[in-house]
Design a protein around this ligand. Structure first.
Ligand SMILES: [Fe+2]
Ligand SMILES: [Fe+2]
Length: 193
């Protein structure tokens, strides 16, 4: 359903659960960045009424996710660390075409958001299935469902503001690029991506 072309290395869950403070910290900032991206899109494109209306509640939802991760840290007496360099997102941004028309730049941004949601969803699914802690299994199951909805929403918005056929083609290019990226960057247990 997500269309991702390279499944996550199965060793990743084992690495991630070795240090919950690290992975929860990285996850917390992913949620914060998701909220920030939606705010930025609204600030840049206030005239895109449908997008503004659909993303406004997502900001609240992503911030709610951030707070849920904080609670999980707190429950376990773990601390939120500092934000890290996000190689995955930085590389995706490099692939983004930034010199097109205003609408095509919007479509590029929406597709990057869709891709981050899709990969997050895939990883949450793996955690929900394979992490040893039963509470976390349930915790990640809820995130998986929520991020799958966001992935769908960003794709729908991209098709609404761009030519749906061109968006389809460009989405495939993004999926190919992302598969290459996943293959290239190291599998790290302290990163959500
Ligand atoms: Fe989220
Ligand atoms: Fe999301």
């Amino acid at each position: 359903m997500l269309g991702l072309k390279l499944p996550t290395d199965p060793r990743w869950v084992n690495l991630a659960e070795m240090d919950l403070e690290e992975i929860l910290t990285d996850h917390a900032y992913c949620e914060q960045k998701a909220a920030t991206s939606c705010i930025t899109l609204i600030q840049k494109y206030p005239d895109k009424k449908r997008m503004v209306e659909e993303l406004a509640p997502i900001v609240t939802e992503e911030w709610g996710h951030f707070r849920l991760v904080l609670q999980e840290l707190d429950k376990r007496d773990l601390e939120l660390g500092y934000q890290r360099k996000d190689e995955y997102v930085n590389e995706l941004r490099k692939f983004q075409v930034k010199d097109g028309s205003r609408d095509s730049r919007l479509v590029e941004q929406l597709l990057v958001c869709a891709l981050i949601e899709a990969r997050s969803c895939e990883r949450f699914r793996l955690l929900s299935l394979h992490i040893a802690d039963d509470d976390l299994k349930e915790f990640y199951h809820k995130f998986m469902i929520s991020e799958a909805g966001h992935y769908r929403l960003f794709i729908d918005l991209a098709k609404h503001y761009g030519d749906p056929e061109k968006v389809k083609v460009r989405w495939q290019e993004y999926l190919d690029f992302e598969a290459g990226l996943m293959d290239r960057i190291a599998v790290r247990g302290d990163r959500m991506h």
